[in-house]
Design a binder for this molecule. Structure first.
Ligand SMILES: Cc1cc2nc3c(=O)[nH]c(=O)nc-3n(C[C@H](O)[C@H](O)[C@H](O)COP(=O)(O)O)c2cc1C
Length: 393
């Protein structure tokens, strides 16, 4: 029998699905509801010292949709507006009511030893399971030299990680930003400074553009906009890349996050090296109840494939990711055309010609391949609107 139970850094998770630090974890009442729905744990909306003032903008969201479904969400939301005392009381309440659920405190403070250590010493007294250092919020905070301003500097990341590690009585995860050239650079730095695990990724810095009628920004705050954080389905390949790169360079636990909407996305993250996963945007769009499908889907997949636990699944994909230099250049696939499905629209032949190859041609209204000219690039199979082209040996 397969199990979703998993243990990371001595912390027992009843399932590997955690709510990420975000609106779904902004209040004790919401987290209580999520735990009742079946989530394995929650990362609290980032807690800051009470004297760090924050004012939200309105509106704070923009989306790109396809056929009514949200492909990605951009936000410019800041951190928790609740006091440290609110969270102290809330953590105690939640742990008493849900002792088997994992609670991780996400924290951020100005770059001063006293500020970070006071916050950690205070939260040490609560029954949290771990810390998550938010070095990665891409909007609002970097202007104040925190958030992503920390996580894009190896020196400052090392400094704060070592301050926190000097006083923390619980494991310390560092939440990394994808907005760097090489995430492993900061990953290695915080590992050297004593971090116990990674969380990847926070949102991807982005700009949603302009309304072409009004010439105002799409995310329009009284005529102006700013750069925000992109999340949801569209960022999954970026998150997977970051997790895989971290895994190829470290054995520390990783909580994978970014664009997970179904159990299959979670499997992708686990194969890429994640020990467990976090989810934000999909919960914001479809509610806490998605946990039922996530758990049953993952369990069913593991049982069908013969995996007993998450550890057996973890990292399997990593050996399959290599350098471009090492890829077998003798491997060559060719398009095969399903004549039943082909509607002779000519799209494949057109893009093939415009890509310089001219390997696909219509002869007597029938698509045919000239193997000699075919580069095996596969673009034709991706643009075919009917799925009539498959790449084969
Ligand atoms: C509205 C919103 C608020 C967020 N607030 C926080 C936050 O306070 N702290 C944090 O570490 N990440 C925050 N995030 C980032 C998410 O935790 C997560 O890293 C990101 O959205 C990618 O995951 P997803 O694609 O599942 O949404 C926020 C994301 C969104 C959309």
């Amino acid at each position: 029998m397969a199990t979703l139970n998993t243990t990371i850094l001595g912390i027992e998770f009843e399932n590997p699905f955690l709510l990420a630090s975000a609106p779904p974890t902004a209040s004790v009442k919401s987290i209580d509801k999520a735990f009742q729905a079946g989530w394995g744990g929650a990362v609290l909306k980032t807690i800051t010292p009470d004297n760090l003032e924050m004012t939200e903008a309105s509106p704070r969201y923009a989306t790109i949709k396809e056929q009514g479904r949200v492909l990605c969400l951009q936000n410019i939301e800041l951190l928790s507006h609740e006091s440290v005392q609110y969270w102290i009381d809330g953590i105690k309440y939640l742990k008493e009511k849900h002792p088997t659920k994992v609670i991780i405190a996400s924290i951020m403070a100005p770059v001063e030893r006293e500020e970070w250590q006071t916050l950690v010493k205070t939260l040490n007294e609560t029954p949290i399971d771990a810390y998550e250092l938010n070095f990665s919020c891409p909007h609002g905070m970097p202007e104040r030299n925190i958030g992503m301003a920390i996580g894009t500097s190896a020196e400052i990341s090392i400094l704060i990680t070592s301050w926190v590690k000097a006083v923390a009585t619980k494991p310390v995860f560092v939440k990394l930003t994808p907005n760097v050239t090489d995430i492993t650079w900061i990953g290695k730095a915080v590992e050297r400074a004593g971090a116990d695990g990674f969380v990847a990724i926070n949102t991807v810095q982005s700009f949603m553009g302009f309304n072409l009628d009004t010439l105002e920004p799409v995310l329009n705050i009284d005529g102006y906009s700013t750069y925000g954080g992109l999340s949801g389905k569209a960022v999954k390949p970026i998150g997977l890349k970051c997790v895989a790169q971290l895994r190829q360079n470290s054995n520390l636990p990783i909580l994978g996050i970014g664009g997970i909407s179904g159990w299959d996305d979670a499997v992708q993250y686990i194969l890429s090296g994640s020990d467990a996963v976090q989810i934000c945007t999909e919960v914001m769009i479809n509610g806490y109840e998605i946990i039922n499908g996530l758990k049953s889907g993952l369990l069913n997949y593991m049982e069908t494939k013969g995996f007993n636990n998450i550890s057996e699944l973890k990292n399997i994909g990593i050996q399959k990711i290599t350098t471009h230099e090492k890829l077998n250049k003798k491997y060559h696939l060719y398009p095969t055309i399903d004549k039943e499905k082909c509607v002779s629209c000519g799209k494949c032949a057109k893009i093939c010609l415009e890509s310089e190859y001219n390997a696909l041609n219509f002869i007597d209204n029938c698509l045919s391949l000239n193997k000699e000219f075919c580069a095996g690039c596969s673009l034709c199979s991706h643009v075919c609107p009917k799925g009539a082209i498959k790449m084969c040996c």
